[in-house]
Design a protein around this ligand. Structure first.
Ligand code: PLP
Length: 444
């Protein structure tokens, strides 16, 4: 580690940090300066166990030599190639690899640089697809309450988080939202998916279709498991029913798998876990193990082929980014998918390890303030009773205490979310949950 990395800068004012309480952070900064496998190193030299795979993205663990080497070699060999009307081999190679691990039928890839851009891209593909088919009245987009689809205008419009929406005016018009799937009081402390209300919740989409008429609706977008609003696991049968309804009405179904993609649920994608095939999958994060910003949208041949008409010299889809399929990002993606494959990481969260994770999480039931625990694959959440009149404060106190005690967790509202790198061992799970348990016992 270079000495420069170890010195915390003494002026933190210039960087306006994202989704951060800037004034509070800058009074007591929490800085990471190194990382290896399951751990971060802090600027004061402490090891912190990563319970969140960075920000749900470092699925193979930190600073994997193979990925770092691929990035370095590509940066030295060819740093950049124009993305429009020119190509380079690695973008095609990565697209083939992605199609290889995607559910059957998702055969084409559009590249982006983030989850937010992947969402915008998918929504634009949906609108344009219907128009190219001569069905241009299909302009409505349907999201869901408590959905998170990034921070750009399309994403916050279909998303369902009031704090992310209220500052930004009317956003996209022609958007409606289904109810979220979280019903506390009915499903507390459920292990995995709950029984019961899957079909009835999905049938809310029928009401929206009846209200607007199917002929005006382009697409429905959902996270198979809502991550950012606190790991909301859908009830059994819900996604299958959404698929049935969308298919019946000619509406495209988009799965936002920015979190659930790349092995988080013990399968390559959540679509595999739930056995439901969407028309598009949006992904990012784990695609490059969090190293180089990159996202992707996987689409069916039916969607892709619909655009491939008209004179061949014409651009078929007026959309793309300077860095779509960037060579260094592509090299990172290829190396990442190779590591996932060789180490069996995309299915590691299934079976015994997933069960161990589930048991460990649910051992927190009964501790002070814990009002719910939920889990699926290698993701889990512990919901705390908010302090009266001061929502978010209790969970944030747990987050700071956790950092001081050597574990990284994530909080959203009064929910603690955890999603360790998929290389996690049982001993790490013991440490993570053991430390959290001690913290919960000492919280106000
Ligand atoms: C489901 C989902 N969609 C989209 C995004 C946005 O991704 P990004 O932050 O890379 O723009 C996120 C980020 O957490 C996400 O969880």
């Amino acid at each position: 580690m270079s000495s420069r990395q170890n010195i915390a800068p003494n002026d933190l004012s210039a960087f306006w940090m994202p989704f951060t309480s800037n004034r509070q952070f800058k009074k007591a900064p929490r800085m990471f300066v190194g990382a290896k496998d399951m751990h971060y190193t802090t600027s004061d030299g402490r090891q912190v166990l990563d319970g969140t795979a960075g920000l749900w993205c470092v699925n193979a663990g930190h600073c994997r030599p193979r990925i770092a080497q691929a990035i370095g070699e590509q940066a030295a060999e060819m740093d950049y190639a124009p993305a429009f009307q020119m190509g380079h081999p690695k973008a095609f190679e990565l697209a083939n690899m992605l199609v290889g691990i995607a559910p059957d039928g998702l055969n084409h890839v559009l590249y982006t640089n983030s989850g937010s851009e992947s969402v915008e891209t998918a929504l634009k593909v949906a609108l344009a697809y219907h128009r190219v088919k001569g069905d241009g009245a299909r302009q409505r987009l349907i999201g869901r309450e408590r959905g998170y689809h990034g921070v750009n205008f399309g994403g916050i419009s279909v998303g369902g988080i009031v704090g992310n929406r209220k500052m930004f005016g009317s956003m996209l018009t022609g958007v409606d939202h289904m109810p979220h799937t979280h019903t506390p009081g009915r499903n507390q402390f459920t292990r995995g998916e709950r029984e019961g209300d899957g079909e009835s919740l999905a049938n809310e989409l029928e009401r929206i279709v009846t209200l607007h008429d199917a002929s005006t609706i382009a697409a429905v977008i959902v996270e198979p498991v809502a991550g950012s609003t606190g790991v909301l696991i859908p009830p059994k049968g819900y996604l299958k029913k959404l698929r049935e309804i969308t298919k019946k009405h000619g509406i495209l179904l988009i799965f936002d798998e920015v979190i659930t993609g790349f092995g988080r649920l013990g399968t390559p994608f959540a679509a595999d876990y739930f056995g439901v095939m969407p028309d598009m999958i949006v992904c990012a994060k784990g695609l490059t193990n969090g190293t180089i910003p990159m996202g992707a949208v996987l689409v069916t041949s039916e969607i892709h082929d619909t655009f491939m008409q008209g004179p061949e010299h014409m651009i078929e889809f007026f959309h793309g980014y300077t860095y779509s399929g960037n060579p260094v990002a592509s090299a990172a993606g290829i190396a990442t998918l190779e590591v996932y494959k060789e180490e069996g990481l995309l299915t590691r969260g299934a079976g015994e390890l997933g069960k161990y994770w589930e048991d460990a999480l649910h051992s927190l039931k009964g501790l002070p303030h814990v009002i719910d625990v939920r889990n699926l694959g290698l993701v889990g959440a512990v919901e705390l009773q908010p302090i009266d009149g001061e929502p978010t404060k209790r969970a944030f106190a747990a987050f700071v205490k956790a950092f001081e005690s050597g574990i990284l967790i994530r909080t959203t509202g009064d929910i603690i979310a955890m999603s360790p790198p998929l290389i996690v061992e049982k001993s790490h799970i013991d440490q993570l949950i053991g430390t959290l348990s001690t913290i919960l016992k000492g919280l106000d």
